[in-house]
Write a protein that binds this ligand. Structure first.
Ligand code: ADP
Ligand code: MG
Ligand code: MG
Length: 371
């Protein structure tokens, strides 16, 4: 019998549309010749209010690529099914006859959700509770990969070189007018301008600012605090941005290294999502030594946060000094046909359909090891 793959996409984060595009690419790869006899896709769409749709509507979103807002904002709830599995309800706006499958039919889940409530361990916790195999990292890997402060602590522990940074809490930003200047003084004492102010738990460069003065620092801290309780301020580096893809579980493989170039001041939201604003160079023009160093660091980073299945690890390479700093790990990287992660694997000899097939294999392998 075919393996039923629950493709979980959409989600409440700002990366809803990217998720739909990634899910479409994955669904089509699962329906290509090499996978067609092996897999059946059961789409599960999470609308922007967090409601799960496993009906024809999910299929419709997958086919059209257009988001749907189907419900009022409501809470997702977890219920116990007859077979003792936990299932999620949040789709009661549909009558049972409109449901075309039950979650208990799904053999393996493929969450392709980016950002908070998808990439951060929340959905992974739910799937773990349901005791089903799923693609990608578990709770710990996902959570450490999402929170930039926790991630940096894990990287420090693993001895991975990083730029200097200061961790800030929202309460410090919203503190009294005599404490806030002290916070900025402390940051200025540790870091030179320009520096980068980031909400700790976002992606796609949302809420990130490059600041060059005290005034800009104050403004950026205030803005970042509107996105997240946790904020990180980092020393800015002038460097090439290079990325490496990781695939596997306990003994993961690494891809060739790719580079991103752009005209803008940094790789901000607009540059990421404007067609033609950024160029991918695969493989990057780097010496073999540097490539090896980056690949080793990518593996170490994957292990440091306890990632599984897949991750894209991003670096700053300072050509003048030869230094390589790790920037971040993304445990559910963009997965559209043109995204860096599948492109890196294509250049390494793993086609998109093979990649998806491998990921499902690793999900089942990890599940079997833990059960
Ligand atoms: P996200 O998770 O949203 O992608 P990143 O930490 O990767 O956040 O930052 C987004 C972009 O901002 C980077 O790709 C880079 O262009 C720029 N950037 C972030 N931190 C630094 C830094 N310390 N020095 C130089 N550029 C940086
Ligand atoms: Mg990121
Ligand atoms: Mg990034």
């Amino acid at each position: 019998a075919k393996q039923k793959v629950g493709l979980l996409f959409g989600g409440c984060s700002g990366e809803h549309e990217v998720s739909i595009t990634s899910a479409r690419a994955i669904a089509s790869a699962l329906q290509q010749d090499e996978n067609k006899t092996k897999y059946e896709v059961l789409p599960v769409y999470i609308d922007k209010n967090g409601t799960w749709q496993s009906s024809n509507l999910a299929q419709q979103v997958l086919e059209s690529g257009e988001p749907l807002l189907l419900t009022e904002k409501r809470k997702t709830t977890v219920v116990k099914e007859d077979n003792n599995n936990l299932a999620v309800t949040g789709f009661s706006s549909l009558t049972p006859s409109e449901q075309n499958f039950s979650y208990s039919e799904i053999d393996v889940w493929f969450p392709i959700l980016h950002g908070p409530n998808g990439e951060d361990g929340t959905v992974q916790g739910l799937l773990s509770l349901m005791n089903v195999p799923f693609v990608g990292s578990g709770v710990l890997g996902s959570a450490l990969g999402m929170d930039k402060i926790a991630m940096k602590m894990a990287f420090t522990q693993a001895g991975l070189p990083q730029v200097k940074y200061v961790a800030v809490n929202r309460s410090q930003v919203y503190s009294s007018p005599c404490i806030f200047p002290k916070l900025c003084d402390d940051i200025e004492a540790k870091l030179d301008y320009p520096c980068f102010v980031k909400p700790a738990n976002l992606g796609s460069s949302v809420g990130i600012a490059k600041v060059r003065s005290r005034g800009e620092l104050e403004e950026a801290l205030d803005n970042a605090a509107s996105y997240d309780r946790r904020i990180v301020v980092e020393a800015g580096v002038t460097a090439r941005e290079v990325e490496c893809a990781v695939l596997g579980n306990d003994n993961p493989k690494v891809s060739v290294v790719g580079e991103i170039t752009f005209e803008s001041d940094f790789y901000d939201y607009e540059t990421k999502y404007t067609e033609g604003a950024a160029q991918l160079h695969i493989p990057a023009d780097l010496s073999p030594d540097v490539v090896t160093k980056i690949q080793e660091m990518a593996t170490q980073a994957f292990i440091a946060v306890d990632a599984a299945g897949l991750s894209r690890v991003d670096f700053f390479y300072v050509e003048e000094t030869g230094e390589v700093f790790i920037n971040e790990i993304n445990t559910l990287p963009g997965f559209t046909a043109t995204s860096m992660y599948p492109q890196l694997w294509a250049a390494t000899g793993v086609s998109f359909p093979q990649l998806v097939d491998n990921l499902i294999g690793f999900a089942v392998e990890r599940y079997n090891e833990n059960n």
